[in-house]
Each structure stands twice: as structure tokens, then as C-alpha cells.
Design a protein around this ligand. Sequence first.
Ligand SMILES: NC(=O)c1ccc[n+]([C@@H]2O[C@H](COP(=O)([O-])OP(=O)(O)OC[C@H]3O[C@@H](n4cnc5c(N)ncnc54)[C@H](OP(=O)(O)O)[C@@H]3O)[C@@H](O)[C@H]2O)c1
Length: 264
Amino acid sequence: MVKVEKSFVQNMFSVENKVAVVTGATGALGRVLAKAYGYAGAKVFMTARNEAKLAELEKEFKAEGIDCAYFVADPADEKAVQFMVKACVEKYGEVNILAVCHGYNKPQPILEQSVEDWQKIMDADCKSVYIVLKYVAQQMVDQGKGGKMVVVTSQRSKRGMAGYTGYCTSKGGADLMVSSLACELSAKYAINVNSLCPTVFRSELTEWMFDPESAVYQNFLKREPIGRLAEPSDFVGYALFLSSDASNYITGANCDCSGGYLTC
Ligand SMILES: NC(=O)c1ccc[n+]([C@@H]2O[C@H](COP(=O)([O-])OP(=O)(O)OC[C@H]3O[C@@H](n4cnc5c(N)ncnc54)[C@H](OP(=O)(O)O)[C@@H]3O)[C@@H](O)[C@H]2O)c1
């Protein structure tokens, strides 16, 4: 007897009617994942610090029939994050999915970097992740029906780079945070916690790397078996997978989505 449920297989990638909180929703990846959750039938609760951009996204998404709302919050501000989670629950009743898409970097050699500049990166990429995971986890535990957390970190979480003592350290910390929280939250509360680790994808900050004639692009290609750098939309499938029942047995994973960067 082959044991697999037909209805499970037919619905396992669904996030329909789930409530998805997306941080960094104003960024290149955050806005794409937020819209993708919406297209997939989830209710989307967007957060970031820039209200004008959030309002624009809300207008755009609503025009496409996406059920969405936003709340302005700095993810490193504990009180603001508490209010953000509360606002989501007031609006949609619960939180089922969290996608952490905010981030910041200011590359600098350690000899030229102030401790304050380093701390700013650590706050934006590590402390803020802790705060968001903490309060969303609390909400999911209170709801008592599990949840899915997807934290976007970076391939830089696993390897160093000159000028990246803040970024690599904070992303490495976030990846270990994900694995540790899986140990705390998965068996007891059915909350899956995973990270996505991309290499370079197109954003306002990285657009300059995408000139195919440039040495930077050509150097990247030597390490990208897939033959190109990524677009934010390349991560939609992985994010939906990690947010749906299809990934119920995956937790604590730092998922490679680098176009094969690790293989050569
Ligand atoms: N782009 C890449 O090549 C690449 C590669 C690997 C990993 N990543 C990671 O993937 C995630 C998304 O990247 P992206 O390229 O989509 O980013 P992005 O376009 O630069 O947007 C960054 C997002 O984070 C928020 N943000 C910026 N500075 C912040 C700070 N100091 N504190 C809190 N929030 C801040 C911004 O929103 P507000 O200013 O409105 O708050 C925005 O929503 C980040 O974690 C990034 O580190 C990016």
C-alpha cells in the first residue's frame, strides 16, 4: 500500500488565507515576496521604516486584489515590533508566516570602521532579527497552531569577505539563531524556522554589478554554475515552499539559493 495523502499532495504548497508578515517589505526582495504571498492567496502584512514606500505598495497590491496592510516599524526597536505584531493580529486575527527581508550593509575595513558603524550593521542584521523572531514566535505560540518563519540571510553568513566584518558576522549570527530557534520551537510548538542564503541578486544597491561586460559580473559568473546573477523573483518558489506544508519536515536549515555558488 503506497502511503501518501492525495489531498496533502494537491494542497501542500498552498498558503491561501494564511497571514504573512513581511519585514523589509519596501526592499527589492521584500516587495517581491510580499506580492508573491498575496498572489498565492495569503493576507499580507508589510512592515518597514519608510511609510511613503509602504503606502505605495499597499495601493499597488490592493489594485491587484491582494488583501494587505502595513505598519511602520524599525525591526531593531523592541516596542515598535511588539506594536507591529499587535497591529497584525488586530487586522487579521493571527500570524502564520513570517518572512524577514530587511537588511543593511556598509562595507568598511575594520581599521577605518567605527564601533558605532559596526554596531549599526549588527543591530540591523542580527539584533533586529532576534526581536522580530521573538515577538512573532510569542504570537505563534499563543495561537497554538504552529507557523513558518523564513529569514533571508546571505551566503556571506558562511564565508568571510574583506570589509564585511559587520555583515558576515551578523548574517552568520542570524543563521545560527535560526538553527537554535528550530531546536527551541519546532518540536514543542510546530514552528519551522529556516533561512534563505542567497548570493547577489538585483536591488538598488547591487544594480551596478549587473553590467555583463564588467569585471565584477564576469568574476561572479566564474562562481555561478547557473550562469547569471539572481533576480528577487528567483526566491519566490523557495520562500513559498518554506512557508507551506510542503516543508513541514524542514527546520533549522540555512538553505542554499545561490545558483550553485557553493559547488565550485
Ligand atoms: N541584494 C543582494 O544582493 C543580497 C544578497 C544576499 C543577501 N541579501 C539580503 O537579503 C535581504 C533583502 O535584501 P534587498 O537587496 O532586498 O534589500 P534592499 O533592497 O536594500 O532593502 C533593504 C530593506 O531593509 C530595510 N532596511 C534598510 N536599512 C535598514 C536598517 N538599518 N534597519 C532596518 N531595516 C533596514 C529597508 O526598508 P526601510 O528603509 O523602509 O526600513 C528595505 O526594506 C537583506 O537581508 C540582505 O542583506 C541581499
